[in-house]
Design a binder for this molecule. Structure first.
Ligand code: NCD
Length: 305
């Protein structure tokens, strides 16, 4: 019997404007008609295999699977409690889990882990964060949140800020934003945490204007989105704690228009002051909640082909 090729979610490179719009329309419909989807994945099993810490991504994927009627089997700390401790290769673990689940949602510390997993898997692999590389499903929910507020992506002015070097969510996000016309991206970071050149090149190839900057005051007042991130201390050399943090507080937000929305993939540590949480432009919790709906749409797409 020939195996059906799984449809994996590895990188935001896989998406086009059309496939994004399909995903967003399905997400809209899931929100409008949840009952229609409640048994869609009845009898399916989704495995969440997490080698790195997670709250939102794992729980929202699990919630998404449950809301579609699937069952979930989970390893939340696979680096310490799975057979990886005994020296099993990722490939062998994936081959084994293939016999237990219909899809594998995986987070791992290696940049190429999702590709490696997909190369041996007979069931879809969904990349839930691969080291300091990509985090495509986060970027998809970020884009969905931007679409809810702005309607369209063409012509947007977006600032990405914080840790652009190791922050995988911004890596995936700039690729998706680059699919649209006349987008300008401002990159605000410490000089040691600049966006890797490969992403800068990607934007250039897609005619997306990229403007690196070093102060909040370098950003225009009519910015559409500020996407702030924490410093990925766990991925940086020791001494990184001394790198200047960009902290967004009420004063910083006062420089922007009433339509400048503040997003963050969370967890936030101290880079967004809680004093601004009730600002209607601070939409990071709403953004996190969109994770369930987008992940429902993704699971529905990969498991009902
Ligand atoms: C992000 C991650 O894991 O990359 N978290 C998330 O999935 N929402 C961001 C981070 O950890 O800083």
């Amino acid at each position: 019997m020939t195996r059906k090729t799984p449809k994996n979610i590895i990188s935001t490179d896989q998406f086009s404007r059309e496939s994004l719009e399909d995903l967003f329309l399905l997400t809209d419909d899931i929100i409008a008609n949840p009952a229609k989807y409640a048994k869609m994945l009845d009898g399916k099993i989704v495995s969440t295999l997490f080698y790195e810490p997670s709250t939102r991504t794992r729980l929202s994927f699990e919630s998404a699977a449950c809301r579609l009627g699937a069952s979930v089997i989970s390893t939340e700390n696979a680096r310490e409690v799975s057979s990886a401790v005994k020296g099993e290769t990722l490939q062998d673990t994936i081959r084994v889990v293939n016999g237990y689940a219909d899809a594998i949602v995986m987070r791992h510390s290696d940049v190429d882990s999702a590709e490696i997993a997909a190369s041996v898997s007979s069931v879809p692999i969904l990349n839930a964060g691969a080291g300091s590389g990509e985090h495509p499903t986060q970027a998809l929910l970020d884009m969905y949140t931007i679409r809810q507020k702005k309607g369209d992506f063409n012509g947007l002015k977006v600032a990405i800020s914080g840790d652009l070097l190791k922050g995988r969510t911004v890596h995936s996000l700039v690729k998706l934003l680059s699919l649209y016309d006349s987008v300008t991206i401002y990159g605000l970071s410490h000089k040691l945490l600049k966006l890797p050149q490969s992403y800068v090149d990607f934007m250039k190839e897609h005619d997306t204007k990229y403007i690196p900057c070093s102060e909040f005051t370098d950003l225009p007042a009519d910015l559409d989105i500020i996407y702030h991130t924490r410093t990925q201390l766990e991925r940086l050399e020791s001494g990184a704690e001394k790198i200047k943090e960009y902290i967004i507080d009420k004063k910083v937000m006062s420089q922007f228009s009433p339509e400048t929305y503040l997003l963050h993939p969370l967890p936030r540590i101290k880079e967004i002051a809680p004093e601004g949480d009730d600002d209607p432009r601070a939409i990071y919790f709403e953004q996190a909640h969109n994770g369930v709906k987008i992940r429902m749409a993704l699971l529905a797409q990969v498991l009902t082909r």
